[in-house]
Design a protein around this ligand. Structure first.
Ligand code: ATP
Length: 361
């Protein structure tokens, strides 16, 4: 049985539908992420799971029990916010102890559990400090400790790493993965950062305008996006208008405008005559000097239009003969080398027969 079951949940604000008939099932022990652009309804959904807000229709079940009449403090759920929400006049230990005191736990038990919680977030000697004596990362760890001290069935995390700089954020991501693994608590994590969702989650629900576009494991979301929105929102991808000219069970043949025949893969149900786009990730695109490239399927001449060096890799933007642009990514494996091609170089781009994805919606 699912730990959390969201069934056909809808929430409207006047005539605006913020969450539109959403159904999601989260398993016990899962690190589940709600991912989507600003305003897509992630926080509204999280607030309804926590009990701070109620659906207009649909059900939210925890361990099979409908939560509709249960106030937030009676739900086996805790929320960690981006802003940490620590009490400034209380020590770290008192902040962490707060949910236990509210639950009427005995003094000795509180002391033991606060000690364990501080250990679990690697701040064993910080109990007597005040929040203003902590760094951003330490404050966030205290917020995690407070979220976990009452052993909730479900921990809700609303962009908890959003206020941290890139390096600290990566450190905290690794800590969060380890913490979740060690404690086995189910996490529902909200973010608009696709790299964070891919790095942390067992499964991701991609949301857009209040609906769920796709629920899948990170590698499937990235490699087999269900539609153009998911493809475009997660990672980089080039897209070109295409029509299906042959739909075999194992592959598709596409006619890409002014480029000719391209092989690709697509979801079940795609048929000859369907129109849409051929989408391809930059790391799937090979780029070489025109004369070096053997004549392969999915091989096209082009010209380097621009490039973007970011240290470990360089992305080349190649203009094809049909006027479309395609991105190709090359690792900078030779030390001191920022690029292999110059703007204006005549190049060939190619890709495996199954690297292109046909998307018709
Ligand atoms: P962000 O990443 O910016 O926090 P989000 O995906 O969490 O965005 P929500 O906060 O869930 O988005 O908001 C979804 C939509 O519902 C937005 O258009 C927002 O303006 C609207 N909305 C949210 N809460 C209310 C409210 N209390 N009253 C009216 N409209 C609301």
């Amino acid at each position: 049985m699912a730990l959390l079951e969201i069934r056909n949940v809808t929430r409207r604000f006047s005539n605006y539908t913020a969450v539109d008939n959403v159904s999601i099932s989260v398993k016990a022990g899962e690190f589940f992420t709600l991912l989507g652009p600003s305003g897509c309804g992630k926080t509204t959904l999280l607030r309804m799971i926590a009990g701070f807000d109620l659906p207009d229709s649909g059900q939210i079940l925890l361990d099979g029990n409908d939560m509709v009449g249960t106030p937030p403090e009676k739900r086996p759920v805790h929320t960690v916010f981006q802003t940490y929400a620590l009490f400034p006049h209380m020590t770290v230990a008192d902040n962490i102890a707060f949910p236990l005191k509210m639950a009427g736990k005995a003094t000795q038990e509180i002391k033991t559990r606060v000690g364990e919680a501080l250990e679990s977030v690697r701040l064993p000697s910080f109990g007597n400090r005040f929040p203003h004596e902590l760094s951003g990362g330490q404050k966030q760890r205290v917020a995690f400790a407070r979220g976990l001290v009452n052993r909730p069935r479900l921990l809700l995390l609303d962009e908890p790493l959003g206020a941290l700089d890139a390096k600290l954020r990566e450190e905290m991501q690794i800590e969060l993965i380890n913490l979740q693994k060690e404690l086995g608590v189910t996490f529902v994590f909200v973010t608009h950062a696709q790299d964070e969702a891919l790095a942390l989650s067992h499964r991701i629900a991609v949301m857009n305008h209040g609906i769920v576009e796709q629920i899948d494991e990170p590698s499937r979301i990235y490699s087999f996006p269900r539609n153009r929105f998911v493809a475009d929102f997660i990672g980089k991808i080039s897209m070109m208008s295409a029509q299906v000219v042959e739909a075999a069970p194992s592959h598709l043949k596409l006619d890409v405008k002014e480029l000719g025949e391209v092989t690709a893969v697509g979801k079940a149900g795609v048929k000859t005559g369907d129109t849409g786009v051929m989408a391809i990730r930059p790391e799937q695109v090979r780029i070489s000097h025109l004369s070096d490239e053997p004549r392969l399927k999915n091989h096209f001449p082009g010209k380097v239009h621009d490039f973007l060096y970011v240290g470990d890799v360089t992305t080349y933007i190649v203009e094809l003969s049909n006027g479309a642009y395609i991105e190709a990514l090359l690792p900078n494996s030779a030390p001191g080398r920022a690029k292999f091609f110059e703007v204006g170089d005549q190049v060939g781009v190619s890709w495996r027969h199954d690297a292109g994805i046909f998307l018709n919606d």
